[in-house]
Design a protein around this ligand. Sequence first.
Ligand code: CU
Length: 507
Amino acid sequence: MHRRTFLASLAGLAIAKPTAARMKHDMSGHDMGAMGGHGNHNMPQGGGKPVLPEGLPLRDLPRLENQSGVAGTFKAKLTAGPSTVRFSEGLDTPVLAYNGANPVIEAREGDRIEIAFRNEIPNESTTVHWHGMPVPADQDGNPADPVASGRERVYAFDLPEGSAASYWFHPHPHGLTARQVYRGLAGIFLVKPKEDPIPAGYGDTVLMFTDLRLGADGTMPDSSMVDLMNGRVGDHVLVNGQKNPAMTAARGEKRRLRLFNATNARFLRLKFENAGMTVIGMDGGLIEAPVAVEELLLTPAERVELIVSFDQPGVAKLIALDYEHGWMGPGKPNEAGMTLLTANVSTETAPSVPPLPAKLRSIAPLGEPTITRRFVLTESMGGMDQGSMSMSSDMGMKFLINGASFDMDRIDEVSKVGQVELWEIVNQADMDHPFHVHGTQFQVVEHEKDGEVTKPAYRAWKDTVNVPAGETVRFLLRQDLPGPRMYHCHILEHEQLGMMGTIDVRA
Ligand SMILES: [Cu+2]
C-alpha cells in the first residue's frame, strides 16, 4: 500500500469521527474517537498525565513457586485475572496479571512442566502461549484452544536437552491478544542448562520491558486507530514494572542481564552509556561466542542476553535511541534519549570473577533445505467495505500474509516433522514487522534489500526476527513436533488485524 493513500484515508477518518465513535466496538474496546491515541473520557478538568516515580531500586519479578516435591518436575498454579497496580502515587490502575503479577518460572533442561491454569478474566477467553518453547502444539495456547472465563486446564510438557534459553509466556486468544497483553498479561520462562558456561559470579538478572499508557484517572485508555495501525505504544517503557529503576554495581563488575521485549509494539534500539555490552545469547539461548556491541535493536517479543561491564565509576544509563520503523499518522513516540535503567557504579573495585569463556556452546547449522516457502507481508487500508454498510472497529485496516487475513479455520501451509525448510519473509509493506514462528527456533541465513544480500555475523537460535520495510529475511527452520503452529507479526495489533497464518506440521 502507498503511504499517501494510507494517510489520506486517515484524514478522512478524522472527519468521519462522530459516525465512527458511534460504531465503537465493544468486544475489542477500541476507541474510534481518539485519533491522537491518548484519549480518555473520564479525564478530569485540568488533570495532567500521571507521573511515575523514577530511580527506585530495581526489583526482581516474583518467582512462581515449584509445588512439586519430585526432582525433575515443576508444578505450579497459574491464574490470569484482574488486579490493581499503583504505578503513580494515589492512582490505582486496573490491570490483568498472572497470580497478581508478572511472574518468572524457572526450570531446567529435562524437567517435566505441569501448570494448572485458571482463567479468572471476566467474560474473556484466554490461552497461555509459551513463546519460543518447543512444546507440543496442543499445549502451546493456540487461538483454537481457548480457556473460557471461569475455566481451568493443565498445560504439560517436557523441556528437552539443549532447550536452555530466555523464553516468555503471554495470552494468544483469538482477537484479544493485543488487549490482554497491554493490560498486563506476560511472564518470563527461564530454562536453565544442566551446566552453565557463564560464571555464576555475574548473577542472572531479568529485565522485562513493558509499555504503559495511563489516563489522568490512572486507567489504561482503549486503543485508538493509530494504535491499531502502528501497534500500541505507551507513555512509559517500564523495566520489571518500574520506570527507570536503579541498580548498583561496583567498579569493574560484570553482570549477566536478560532483556525481554514484552511490549505490544515498541522497537527498542538500546545502548548502555558508560558501560560495555557483550551479547552472549538471543531468543533460543546462548550464541557460540561472545560478541561486543555498541548498541542493539530489540523488537517486540525478542530477547537478548548480555554481559554488561561497569568499568567506569559514576552513572551508567541504559538508553533508547531513535529507530525509524515506518510510523503512520500522528503520535510517533519520541524514544531518543529515554532512560530505561540507571546503574550507579561505585568507585570501589569489584571482587574479581572468572573471565567469560571464549566459547559458549556449539550451534550446528540446520543443513540444506528440502523446501522453500515464501511469505509476502502487505498492508491495506480498506475503509468502508464497498457495497456493505457494516464497518468494523478497525475500519477495514488489514495486515496480510500472501494476500490473506488470518482465518482460524484455514490451514495455510502443510509441513512435515523433521523437514528442513527455507522461509523467505518478504516485507512489501511500509512498516517493519517482527516475524515470529511458534514451536521451534530458527537460524537467520540472510537479509536482502534492493538486491543486496547481507549475512549475519554469527549463528543464533531465534524465534522472532524483525523484517524491516522493503527487506526480505531468509531463515532455516525445522519443526520437531507435529500439529498446527502459528506464524505471525509480533506487533500484536497487526497479528489481530490479520497478519498471521497456520502451518500444519504432520508426522
Ligand atoms: Cu507487524
